[in-house]
Design a protein around this ligand. Structure first.
Ligand code: ADP
Length: 502
């Protein structure tokens, strides 16, 4: 039978999705299943592993049914996933010993503080490219082994640790392979990006027995065959990639210096750094872009904590818009923000400022300021914050790219896209396929079964839907950026002073 389709499983934080693509990268059919979020204590976030599994299988079956295809026509399946979320299961039964600890969960912040206190921060930074944080899987696994009292079982090889890609493979692939890929391994704080192997020193620091760890595979390549009972026939599973890495691939950012930005609740920007590991001078993360045929490609990663969430705030708290979409029309009803700057530092500021005491600030208000100016300032804030990441990356690599590729829910906003082009003096390209994460996983799976032999062969699948050219006068741009910097200074350290600690 002709193999004419690639399928992506996109296991996200709030939903499991499956998308059937043609070999040309067109979406044929998709399905998404949401599942419950559990918050057992303030700052703690968990998922039920059974929910992850059942929603993912259901989404796959329904998407294939909707596509009306014979599963034998599927050339390969690629898996992309929420990163860093940590699971621990019994190697014999597959039973999880605890709910999945979700990447957002802050329960291991004290363990991270202790690690830093013991001087581990430098080794973590140098070896993993990460900045020590409770987000990453290492201390989550440490916590599970301590809390459940199962370290000796782990040492005997009776338990498996995995991120969501690992967990899905163990359960969905014939023979229960205990595997992960280099992009996911790179988010554990246990994986040495230089040697491309689990790092003994880091394992010792976090008291992790190596027997519990999965084997680290290339991002594209044969993982195994999907269990035949799921779609009626076995299908090759041929790629594993963390979601942001898959998106970078789906955006065809294959060359050094190419960057993509995802505009959702927050923003995630990744820039391809080529084959040379480099640490950022602005404390951005260094991470895997992907590993193909044993060859690592690295990326710089930065995130904006509050992006689309600022628009949600206009909608839910200020109630000056009814839908996120309305932000565009409201902002367009005035020619500019009237000198208003909005720094939505609700939870502090990330790169390049790294100030957890910063708080949200509205400055430049006058008697004439109205809702439209504030809406405009909120959209500009998304563009300004993304620009700060882009500038930090540009400093690290020595040049600003000419083009940035974008995806995510907020890229529907044409005004925001134009603001980004203007404020960053960059061409912003929005692709025809909004599903860049899934497309990336599907294309990687295509590479994994040899349909494409290099990323460049997959490049033809990327097409721009719209392009936004920078139109702003340089002097106006500089003035706007200066204004933003002054506003950020006003936001910094606010919570610190409030507590009288400043
Ligand atoms: P996530 O994957 O983080 O849930 P999405 O990619 O679905 O996010 O994007 C949703 C976010 O984008 C929300 O924060 C929403 O407020 C914002 N958003 C959606 N549409 C628009 C729009 N037209 N203009 C500005 N922001 C928008």
């Amino acid at each position: 039978m002709n193999q004419r389709y690639l399928v992506a499983l996109d296991q996200g934080t709030t939903s499991s999705r499956a998308i059937v693509f043609s070999l040309e990268g067109e979406v044929i059919a998709a399905d998404a299943r949401t599942f419950a979020q559990h918050y057992p204590q303030p700052g703690w976030v968990e998922h039920d592993p059974k929910d992850i599994l059942s929603t993912q299988v259901e989404a796959l079956r329904v998407a294939v049914r909707k596509a009306g295809i014979d599963p034998r026509e599927i050339a390969a399946i690629g898996i992309t996933n929420q990163r860093e979320t940590t699971l621990l299961w019994d190697r014999d039964t597959g039973e999880c010993l605890h709910p999945a600890i979700v990447w957002q969960c802050r329960r291991t912040a004290p363990l991270v503080d202790r690690l830093k206190g013991e001087g581990a921060g430098d080794a973590i930074r140098r070896k993993t490219g990460l900045v020590p944080d409770a987000y990453f899987s290492g201390t989550k696994l440490q916590w599970l082994l301590d809390h459940l009292g199962v370290r000796s079982r782990a040492e005997k090889g009776e338990l498996c640790f995995g991120t969501v890609d690992s967990f899905l493979c163990w359960h969905l692939v014939q023979g229960h392979p205990h595997v992960t890929d280099a992009t996911n391994a790179g988010r554990t704080m246990l994986f040495n990006l230089h040697t491309q192997a689990w790092d003994e020193e880091l394992l010792r620091m976090m008291h992790i027995p190596p027997q519990v760890l999965p084997r680290v595979l290339d991002t594209a390549g044969q993982v195994g065959m999907l269990r035949a009972d799921i779609l009626g026939v076995p299908v090759p599973v041929a790629a594993l990639a963390g979601d942001q890495h898959a998106a970078l691939f789906g955006q065809a950012c294959y060359e050094e210096g190419q960057a993509k930005n995802t505009y959702g609740t927050g923003c995630f920007m990744l820039m391809n750094m080529g084959v040379h590991f480099r640490l950022s001078a602005s404390n951005l993360l260094t991470t895997m872009a992907w590993r193909l045929k044993g060859q690592p490609t690295y990326a710089l990663e930065g995130s904006v904590f509050v992006a689309g969430a600022a628009i949600q705030w206009l909608r839910d708290e200020l109630k000056i818009i009814r839908t996120s979409n309305e932000s565009e029309a409201l902002a367009r009803s005035v020619p500019d923000s009237g000198g208003v700057y909005f720094v939505p530092a609700f939870t502090g500021l990330g790169a390049p400022h790294w100030d957890m005491y910063a708080r949200g600030t509205l400055v430049g208000l006058t008697r004439g300021t109205g809702a439209a100016h504030i809406a405009r300032a909120a959209l500009e804030a998304i563009a300004f914050q993304s620009d700060e990441l882009l500038q930090a990356m540009a400093r690290d690599v020595g040049r600003q790219p000419d083009v940035m590729r974008v995806d995510g829910g907020a890229t529907r906003n044409n005004l925001l896209m134009q603001m980004q082009a203007d404020l960053s003096a960059i061409v912003v390209q929005r692709p025809r396929t909004a599903e860049t994460t899934a497309l990336g996983a599907a294309l990687l799976a295509g590479m994994g079964v040899g349909l494409f032999d290099s990323p460049l062969a997959a490049q033809s699948h990327w097409r721009a839907e719209s392009e936004f050219q920078p139109l702003m006068e340089e002097e106006d741009r500089r003035r706007a950026l200066r204004g933003w910097r002054r506003a950020v200074e006003r936001a910094k350290g606010w919570a610190l002073e409030e507590n009288g600690e400043g």
